[in-house]
Design a protein around this ligand. Structure first.
Ligand SMILES: [Cu+2]
Length: 166
């Protein structure tokens, strides 16, 4: 897990920079990337843990290419898109700098694959609670609500079909 052993205080300045800049960009633009979030869920972890991950399917439902270059959540100090690189028997997580989605294109986030990494959590959300989660696009943050679950939903129905694109 790259950079996760760092003390949270040390990363605060770069963390602030990353989120102030998108906020300024958002203020200058009223456009909003069209992202459809499907079956988004966050893995419930014990309260002693400081990291977890979110999964689901993110689709560009608009007519323009969407570039996702980060994320944010009020319960996590840092949010990154990660992919999992399988090398023999081991799996390594690597941050993705930016993900480009053409119109209609989807990004599937699932355990063992790509995921939204949530780090620096001091107050782990409880299982069965609902959290807010945002991805940063070239046009600002795009947010959804997600259920906190102990394990992957068995089907679409279990995930309560979260279609948040407001
Ligand atoms: Cu990760």
């Amino acid at each position: 897990m790259p950079r996760t052993s760092m003390n949270n205080r040390k990363i605060l300045p770069s963390y602030l920079t990353r989120f102030i800049v998108p906020a300024l960009l958002l203020a200058a633009s009223t456009a909003k990337a069209d992202i459809n979030w499907d079956n988004v869920w966050v893995r419930a972890m014990p309260p002693t843990q400081t990291m977890t991950a979110a999964y689901g399917v993110i689709t560009n439902s608009g007519a323009d290419t969407v570039i996702i270059n980060g994320g944010s959540a009020d319960f996590a100090e840092r949010v990154e898109l990660h992919e999992s690189i399988h090398e023999g028997d081991s799996v390594r997580m690597v941050p993705m700098e930016a993900v480009e989605l053409a119109p209609g294109e989807s990004l599937k986030l699932m355990p063992g694959g790509s995921h939204i990494m949530l780090m620096g959590i001091s107050d782990m959300p409880m299982a069965e609670s609902t959290v807010s989660l945002c991805l940063t696009t070239q046009e600002g943050p795009n947010c959804t609500t997600a259920q906190v679950l102990r394990k992957a939903p068995q089907s679409d129905h279990d995930a309560h079909h979260l279609h948040m694109n407001h």
